[in-house]
Design a protein around this ligand. Structure first.
Ligand code: ADP
Ligand code: GN1
Ligand code: MG
Length: 362
């Protein structure tokens, strides 16, 4: 669907006059535009409200998180002169709300485009992995003292047993007659069942703790500074809510260690690069290491396999249900995505002893 962006811009207190807007990024859920006016560049996003059912609550979370982080960053002004690039600066609507609802009921938000920085769908070097993981660890650390509990923007988001139960329901229904195509992937996923409740059981047993986490730490959700190579700004705050640190570390391993795209069809290219895992672990522990307890730290390598399989389960469920959740751009797109996740989980499994040893040595 196309939108009248020039008209939508008029809802926000932006600087200058509308010049252009182009679709931007590779996200699977929202619609993102890079917007230029005569004065400034912005990101304008339409929130997918069939997935995020309570967008006002989501934006309330967003403002609490970005204000909390902004407070910390501004306190460091002397050491960080370009602090305005380090957090998302939301543009208010003319009704002084952090969103604008257009005449068709679409829910929009707008923030300043952080220039001279980029995101990577595939990491090129281990220094980027270190920088990105350090930034996500700092994000968790910064939010550790934020008062109150955030809204859960999507219930059960990282509840792996629940995701697995949904997959089994989709298998039983086989609504689109696709089950026959997915046997190898499904067999592997079924065989790992005993692992799916491990983190949730550890939480229930009081060995690990709920914290405020990002929950979608795809490596393309952190902006890497062009000049310094530093992870300058954590973005995509839709799922920041109560969670486990492992959900974030696990998703970094899922998206930061393979040299292939999430939807690569040549599976021989997919696998975990150990040097990337090491850089992620060292970068993450450099900022998150001080608040994790021994058991939380011990479970980090496991989280890489778990979250990779969890997202694989979600792609497969969506494929069986007829591609109703993730945006697809070709036939079997969700199946291709599921296949890379299964291949990556197998690669992680085969290197697991070395991952654990490295983690124990840090
Ligand atoms: P999605 O939910 O669709 O993944 P994101 O919020 O991650 O949406 O935005 C999509 C892409 O837009 C990001 O991967 C990043 O490249 C770019 N982007 C988002 N926010 C900014 C920003 N404030 N400054 C510069 N680029 C941004
Ligand atoms: C979605 O919006 P995006 O593309 O950053 C999804 C994540 C998945 C990811 C898989 C709200 O993230 O949970 O891990 O796709 N976001 C939501 O690439 O479901
Ligand atoms: Mg994103």
């Amino acid at each position: 669907m196309e939108y009248n962006i020039a008209e939508i811009c008029r809802g926000f207190a932006i600087a200058g006059d509308f010049v252009t807007a182009e679709r931007y990024g590779t996200g699977h859920i929202n619609d993102t535009f890079k917007l230029s006016t005569t004065a400034q560049t912005y990101i304008l996003q339409r929130i997918n409200t069939s997935i995020f059912r309570e967008p006002e609550n989501l934006m309330e979370n967003f403002m609490r998180v970005s204000n909390h982080i902004a407070g910390k960053i501004q306190a460091e002004k002397a050491v960080n002169p370009d602090c305005r690039r380090r957090y998302l600066q939301v543009i208010m609507s003319h009704k002084n709300e952090p969103f604008f609802i257009d005449e068709n009921g679409n829910f929009w938000r707008c923030y300043i485009f952080v220039d001279e920085a980029r995101t990577f769908d595939i990491l090129e070097k281990s220094s980027q992995a270190y920088a990105a993981a350090k930034a996500f660890g700092a994000f968790q650390n910064d939010l550790a003292d934020m008062p109150g509990r955030l809204h859960e923007t999507i219930a059960n988001f990282h509840n792996t047993p629940w995701r697995f139960a949904n997959l089994k329901a989709a298998v039983a229904a086989d609504k689109c007659g696709r089950l026959k195509e997915v046997s190898p992937e499904l067999d592997y996923i079924m065989a790992q069942e005993k692992e799916y409740s491990l983190l949730i059981d550890e939480l229930a047993a009081g060995n690990i703790f709920e914290r405020t986490t990002h929950n979608d730490t795809k490596l393309n959700n952190v902006l890497i500074d062009d000049l310094t190579g530093e992870g300058i700004c954590v973005i995509d705050l839709d799922t920041v809510m109560p969670g486990l640190p492992h959900y974030d570390f696990g998703d970094m391993v899922r998206t930061g260690t393979s040299p292939a795209a999430e939807d690569e069809t040549d599976l021989s290219k997919v696998g975990m690069r150990f040097e990337m895992f090491e850089a992620l672990l060292r970068g993450y522990l450099s900022t998150a290491g001080n608040f994790l307890n021994a058991r939380e730290k011990e479970l980090l390598p496991f989280s890489g396999k778990l979250i990779t399989l969890e997202i694989g389960i979600r792609f497969l469920t969506d494929y069986l249900e007829g591609d109703v959740y993730f945006k697809i751009h070709r036939e079997k797109h969700n199946l291709d995505r599921c296949r890379t996740q299964v291949k990556l989980a197998q690669s992680i499994e085969s290197q697991f002893d070395a991952m654990r040893k490295l983690n124990d040595s840090i």
